[in-house]
Design a protein around this ligand. Sequence first.
Ligand code: NAD
Ligand code: UGA
Length: 465
Amino acid sequence: MTKIKTISCIGAGYVGGPTMAVIALKNPHIRINVVDMNPEKIALWNSDNMDDLPVYEPGLSEIIQEVRGKNLFFSTDVDQAIRDAEMIFISVNTPTKSYGIGKGMAADLKYVELCARQIGKGATRDKIVVEKSTLPVRTASSIKKIFAAQQSNISFSVLSNPEFLAEGTAINDLLNADRVLIGGEETEAGQKAIQSLSAIYEAWLPKERIISTNIWSSELSKLTANAFLAQRISSINAISALCEKTGANVDEVAKAIGADSRIGSKFLKSSVGFGGSCFKKDILNLVYLCRHFGLQEAGDYWEQVIKINDYQKQRFAENIVTALFNTVSGKDIAFFGWAFKKDTNDTRESAAIEIADKLIEEQAVITVYDPKVKYARMIEDMNYLDTRSEEENEKALNFETDPYEAAKDSHAIAVITEWDEFKTYDWQKIYSSMKKPAFVFDGRNILDHEDLRKIGFIVRGIGKQ
Ligand code: NAD
Ligand code: UGA
């Protein structure tokens, strides 16, 4: 086994940045270069102002301050990073393909392939290449073929080491990972490469938490883990619709079923629908893979998880329109939250986007307050849908840096993200400033509905009457 002293990571995003920061913190003897082709992003990672870091995660800026410039470096020089490192992590984005075969379903592997070609071309000595990005099962075999076609005198070991961190809790998830998964080839070189990577994690995690498997199991386990997590949310969200019709309370149902240790209590929080950059894309990818291998029924089964999620977002928007006397035309609706979950500035696939789109289609005017998301990002999200022009989006979607201002003169508040601070607001003051009757649509069931009703609000939660 080689004791690794130099690592490079290609991709300085939500995974590359925090993961390498923690590895650097726990392995001061390893020099780590994080590289990205986006110079603005690298400049932000190098900024002295910690508020500028391109990723917001509780605890991240403290670690960056401790290790940056010591054994963690950010740069745009990908070729140099490839030459320098004994071990290279590929942490680039793998979005859903937007063109050609598999459009709208398969993972777009162009960034991963670019990395593989660049590594294959630039390597001057043996390398361990680690797939950190989430990839379809059997990607490692394509990566190996690319290496083999470019260099015959250098040995490349390819490992799969998917990342399981969740945004908003990334640092804690990394420091206290339930498990680290490493898939490698069953050859002597493959097993040695696994040991080299394992040693890096053993700097802070007990050995029992490091699971090694064959490479295909590791690649497939990542897609499967996300599919199972998302499936639980869609399952409880499907039940929430039934609760609203029957008088059952989805939070009580979730508590009752979650108390069964076989089911467990996590990921049973009914919501406006799951967002985030990965659940949807990874399930679509899983569906695509099932169908690619002729497993139509298996694909249809997983696709339903996404259909229920779309249904949940649509239902939430429709419930707002229905409750507001079947019209929101010209009405002001305040959105509390735009991020896809609390404690992150990430908005990718946030339910907020489609809910806003639907309400704007009904001619509502929306004012958003989110503690971490910038207005430019929100407008970009809306423009990406391509439903209307940028000017129209800017007209229909406004932004306030103060939640009380966002709520002022509105007809309704829609709680989209479960930011803790929403629970601490002076709701009496908010009520006084709103048009009457004043509505709260609690898309996260985080507020005390009885208290709000006492103030005078008409309240609708998810999965309760
Ligand atoms: P991201 O978009 O935040 O970051 C990816 C970065 O890679 C970008 O900054 C991009 O500029 C850079 N990049 C792309 N191609 C490059 C190239 N050829 N050379 C140099 N830089 C390049 O993406 P992310 O959220 O960090 O996700 C990365 C991967 O990790 C994805 O496969 C994702 O599914 C997976 N993942 C993400 C999370 C998460 O919470 N975001 C969690 C687990 C796994
Ligand atoms: C998810 C997984 O939890 C991570 O393990 C995985 O590494 C990551 O995807 C990935 O591959 O990208 P993330 O999307 O960051 O992490 O956040 P989650 O906490 O899983 O939340 C996803 C969405 O589901 C959010 O919109 C959240 O609000 C929603 N959610 C979550 C619910 O609606 N109900 C729940 O009970 C839990």
